[in-house]
Design a protein around this ligand. Structure first.
Ligand SMILES: [Zn+2]
Length: 144
């Protein structure tokens, strides 16, 4: 029964309705959406819960820099576990941190903790993502 005073919903209210990725069905099981992390099925998501696709599992530092210069986000896991569901929690650089890397020097593999170290390029509906693993320093700061 319609409540007194009910009115047609505005576009803004409709746009605020949960998307599929926020429904209960997407929160359980191996394929559960894990914003900013990897689920048990190995699917990787950006911080807004949008699924990402691996483009390059062995990205070079110069390519990583070009991706960031072009607007890619950066996420890091520093132990070299790969960031899977049983590994550590990947840390996303905020907009200011990523902005400070644009136009700078490419990332450096430091070998500091002898962690397995590599770079990956992922892509999603909104943006590309550089995923750094292990002992990576970028813009003069150790990531992870
Ligand atoms: Zn790790």
């Amino acid at each position: 029964m319609a409540k007194k005073g009910q009115r047609a919903r505005t576009f803004v209210e409709l746009a605020a309705e949960p998307t599929w990725s926020q429904t209960a069905a997407a929160r359980t099981g191996a394929h559960a959406v894990r914003p900013g992390a990897v689920n048990a099925a190995g699917e990787f998501f950006d911080p807004d819960g949008r699924r990402l696709t691996l483009v390059d599992g062995d990205l070079g530092p110069a390519q990583a820099q070009r991706a960031v210069d072009a607007g890619a986000l950066v996420v890091a896991e520093c132990c070299g576990c790969g960031g899977g569901s049983r590994g550590c929690t990947p840390v996303w650089l905020d907009a200011r941190q990523v902005g400070s890397l644009r136009g700078g020097a490419p990332p450096v593999f430091t070998g500091r903790h002898r962690a397995p170290t590599w770079l990956e390029l992922w892509t999603g509906p909104e943006t590309d993502v550089v995923f750094t693993h292990g002992d990576v320093s970028w813009g003069g700061t150790a990531l992870g």
